[in-house]
Design a protein around this ligand. Structure first.
Ligand SMILES: *Cc1c(COP(=O)(O)O)cnc(C)c1O
Length: 427
C-alpha cells in the first residue's frame, strides 16, 4: 500500500501542530505507523490522500452511525447553511432537537446543548455540585469523561494508552475532590462514600467504551443507584459515546437503572460538534438563567449542528429496527473474530452492545480497567497495522471501541473476518 502522501502530510503537520494532530489518539502512538490523512468519506469507506480505501470501523469515533455522507444529514446541513451559520440567538431547531431527545430518554425532562462531550460532562458536574451544595465527585478508573481538569484522574482512552494516569498541568488541588472507584465493584464505591462526607455525584459510563468496550453489570448499576440514594448523591450516566449507539432509549432502557442526569454527544451531532446534558427538571432548573449555576457557549445550539443532529436522531427514531440490525452485524463480526482466533490459539475476549463492539487480546474476561490493562497491546498493534494494510480501518488502540454503521454490509463483515483470520494466522 502506497502511503507516501500521508507520510509527507504527517511530517508537515508535526512541524505545525503538536504531534501533528488535534486530538492525541489520532497520532497512532500506541500502535506505531503513519496515521492516514483523509481526503473523503463515502458510505462505509474512508479514502486517504493516496487514494487508498478502507472499511471504516471508527466512524469518527462514534458519531457517524449512518456512515459517511448520509444523504438526509448532508441535505439538512446544506439547507441550514443557506440560512446562516450562527446567530447567537435562539432558533426553533434547538427546541426541536430538545423535544426529540426528551421524547426518547425517560430520564431527561430538560436538556441543554453545548459543543462537545467534554463541555457536557464538565457542566453536568458543576450542576450536580451546585444542586447538592457538595464538592466531591466519584469517577471510575478507566472511564473517560473528556479532558476537563477534575476528570483527568487516571482516565482511560488516550491517557491510558500513554500511561499517564493524570496530566501535567492539572493542579493537585483541582483533582482532590475527585475520588476513584473500580468499575463493576460496588465495595470500592462504598469506600468512597466512607472517605467523604460530601459527595455531589457519581459519574459513570454505563457502557464503558474508553477502556475498550466494558459494559457495567446490571446489578452493579442497581446497587450504585441505591448507594447514591442513600447518601443524597446524584447519579450521572455519561452516554456521550453509548447514547444512540448501544440502543435508542439509552443505557437506562437496557439496564433498568435510571440516572439523575445524562450527558450526550457524538451521535446527537451527526458528525457536527454537539454535546448535551439533561435530566430531572428540578436539577436542570438550577442552571443559569433559571438558576444560579453558570454555563454558557457562543456557539452552543449552533443551527447547522442542530440540523445535523435532528436529521440523525429523527432517522434513528423512525427506523426502530436499526439497532438490532447493527447489533446482529456487530455480533457476527465478533463471533467471526473469535472463531478465527480460536483456530490459531489466540486468546480473544469480545463483547457487543448495539452498534458498539470490542475485542481484547486477553486470556480472561474483562470487567474493569485493571483487567483491560492485562491485554496484549503488542499483538494488538500488529493486528491493527496488518488490518489497515488490508483495507480495514480499526481504532488505533486496544482501549477503544469499534463501531458499525448502517453503510457496512454483511458482505463487508465477512470480508473483514476473512482478513482477520489470515492475520491471526501470521501473528
Ligand atoms: C468522547 C467522550 C467524551 C468527550 O467528548 P468530546 O466531544 O471528545 O469532548 C466524554 N465522555 C465519553 C464517554 C466519551 O466517549
Amino acid at each position: 500500500m502506497n502511503i507516501e502522501h500521508s507520510k509527507q502530510a504527517f511530517l508537515k503537520a508535526q512541524a505545525l501542530i503538536p504531534g501533528g494532530v488535534n486530538s492525541p489518539v489520532r497520532a497512532f502512538k500506541s500502535v506505531g505507523g503513519i496515521p492516514r490523512f483523509i481526503a473523503s468519506g463515502e458510505g462505509a469507506y474512508l479514502i486517504d490522500i493516496d487514494n487508498n480505501r478502507y472499511v471504516d470501523y471508527v466512524q469518527s469515533w462514534g458519531p457517524l452511525i449512518f456512515g459517511h455522507r448520509d444523504e438526509s444529514i448532508e441535505n439538512a446541513v446544506i439547507e441550514a447553511v443557506k440560512h446562516g451559520l450562527s446567530f447567537g440567538a435562539p432558533t426553533e431547531a434547538e427546541s426541536d432537537l430538545a423535544e426529540l431527545i426528551i421524547s426518547i430518554y425517560d430520564s431527561i425532562e430538560k436538556v441543554r446543548f453545548v459543543s462537545s462531550g467534554t463541555e457536557a460532562v464538565m457542566s453536568a458536574i458543576r450542576l450536580a455540585r451546585g444542586f447538592t451544595n457538595r464538592d466531591d465527585i466519584v469517577k471510575f478508573t478507566g472511564c473517560y469523561h473528556g479532558h476537563s481538569d477534575a476528570l483527568l484522574v487516571q482516565a482511560g482512552s488516550g491517557a491510558a494508552t500513554f500511561g499517564t494516569p493524570s496530566s501535567p498541568g492539572v493542579p493537585a488541588d483541582f483533582t482532590k475532590h475527585t475520588l476513584l472507584a473500580a468499575y463493576n465493584n460496588i465495595e470500592s464505591v462504598r469506600k468512597c462514600f466512607q472517605d467523604s462526607p460530601g459527595i455531589a455525584c457519581v459519574i459513570i459510563e454505563p457502557i464503558a467504551g474508553n477502556m475498550g468496550l466494558v459494559p457495567a453489570d446490571k446489578d452493579f448499576l442497581a446497587q450504585l443507584r441505591s448507594v447514591c440514594n442513600e447518601h443524597g448523591a446524584l447519579l450521572i450516566f455519561d452516554e456521550v459515546m453509548s447514547g444512540f449507539r448501544a440502543c435508542l432509549h439509552g443505557a437506562e432502557s437496557i439496564t433498568g437503572t435510571k440516572p439523575d442526569l445524562v450527558t450526550l454527544g457524538k451521535v446527537i451531532g451527526g458528525g457536527m460538534p454537539v454535546g448535551a446534558f439533561g435530566g430531572r427538571r428540578d436539577i436542570m432548573a438550577c442552571l443559569s438563567p433559571e438558576g444560579g449555576v453558570y454555563q454558557a457557549g457562543t456557539l452552543s445550539g449552533n443551527p447547522v449542528a442542530m440540523a445535523a443532529g435532528l436529521a440523525s436522531i429523527r432517522k434513528l427514531k423512525a427506523n426502530g429496527r436499526v439497532f438490532s440490525i447493527l447489533e446482529d452485524r456487530a455480533k457476527r463480526l465478533m463471533e467471526g473474530f473469535k472463531d478465527a482466533a480460536r483456530k490459531h490459539n489466540i486468546p480473544l475476549q469480545t463483547d457487543v452492545r448495539g452498534s458498539m463492539f470490542g475485542f481484547f487480546f486477553n486470556e480472561n474476561p474483562v470487567s474493569n480497567f485493571a483487567d483491560a490493562l492485562k491485554s496484549d497491546t503488542q499483538r494488538f498493534a500488529l493486528f491493527h497495522a496488518a488490518m489497515l494494510e488490508a483495507g480495514f480501518y480499526f481504532a488505533c488502540s486496544q482501549f477503544e471501541t469499534g463501531f458499525i454503521s448502517t453503510a457496512i454490509t454483511d458482505m463487508m463483515i465477512e470480508e473483514t473476518i476473512i482478513a482477520a483470520e489470515s492475520i491471526f494466522g501470521a501473528l
